[in-house]
Design a protein around this ligand. Structure first.
Ligand SMILES: [Cu+2]
Length: 313
């Protein structure tokens, strides 16, 4: 397969590419404390943020048949909803953690033969990417577990407060499909879910302002452009993070399904970071944009409302 076709096909793996692209984990790796929770942002949408749909579908031209499968929301289960798929199963050693207490979280992925998978394809420098969100979407972690050759993955994990969390393992077994399997984790105690922040096109984190242009439209590929500025000046020297200038996780509220999102090729840091996203339905989505500047990876979080199909524009 040529490079565009290969990239396209694996981009179509329901979010695998953007999950995989999420990073080397320099700021988030095992043994380090989880990143601070994204700050909820309240405010008003910026009407000036222009949707840009002109070549939204363009990036998928090379995706071939895999694209059709991934984008056929009517018949394809979105990523992240299943603990077992295509013969592969995510098997956590424990699903309960104590609030605020660091623990070595262990899990295996069993294959069609029932044995732990030990051979993985390397995607964006990692064999497996591990994402955790709180069920209320107020917390987000992107970690890179270690595996010693026996198929047992270990990652230092601290979940800060009582509640239910969704953990996702994003990987591709050698000779197998791209998969994102999900499992719930529990932290006992009194749980106070936070409401989802209102839709907003601007997020602030550590003195940076990140602005979103573009809309999510169910049933089609939507272009999302994020622009990062600091002190009123656009940041033109965003640092590559596993080959891209930013990385996006998008999750549907209600069931925590993943959107199919991937970075647009050739997106320039100075002009913002561009992604193509496929929303499987109308409703609210929470977007977590990772960007790297000054050697630090930060996360900007947005709530985006996708109009129900047939009602937009
Ligand atoms: Cu990762």
């Amino acid at each position: 397969m040529n490079t565009p076709a290969r990239l396209g096909a694996y981009a179509a793996g329901l979010g695998v590419i953007f999950l995989a692209a999420l990073g080397a984990g320099t700021a988030l790796g095992a043994g380090e404390p989880p990143r601070a929770e994204p700050r909820p942002v309240h405010g008003h949408p910026e009407p000036a943020a222009a949707p840009a749909h002109t070549d939204a579908g363009h990036a998928h031209t090379d995706a071939g048949h895999a694209q059709t499968d991934a984008e056929d929301a009517a018949t394809t289960v979105p990523a992240g909803l299943q603990i077992s798929q295509d013969g592969y199963t995510l098997v956590p050693r424990t699903t309960t953690l104590l609030p605020g207490k660091a623990a070595d979280f262990r899990f295996t992925v069993t294959g069609p033969d029932g044995a732990p998978v030990t051979r993985y394809q390397v995607k964006h420098d990692k064999k497996l990417h591990f994402i955790v969100v709180s069920r209320d979407l107020g917390g987000f972690w992107h970690l890179h577990p270690e595996e010693a050759g026996d198929g047992v993955w270990t990652v230092r994990l601290t979940l800060p407060a009582a509640g239910t969390y969704r953990a996702y393992a994003d990987f591709a077994p050698e000779g197998g499909p791209d998969l994102t399997l999900g499992a719930d984790l529990n932290v006992p105690g009194a749980y106070e879910p936070r409401p989802l922040p209102a839709p907003d096109r601007t997020a602030r984190v550590d003195g940076y302002t990140v602005t979103l242009a573009g809309d999510l439209t169910p049933g089609r590929v939507s272009k999302l452009v994020f622009t990062v500025s600091k002190d009123g000046t656009p940041v033109g020297d965003l640092e590559p993070y596993l080959g891209a200038y930013g990385h996006l996780v998008a999750i549907r509220t209600g069931d925590l399904a993943y959107l199919h999102v991937h970075p647009e090729e050739g997106a320039a840091a100075a002009a913002g970071v561009t992604f193509a996203a496929s929303a499987p339905s109308g409703g609210d989505y929470r977007l977590f944009l990772d960007f790297k500047h000054g050697g630090t990876v930060r996360t900007a979080a947005f709530t985006v409302h996708a109009e129900t199909a047939g009602h937009s524009r």
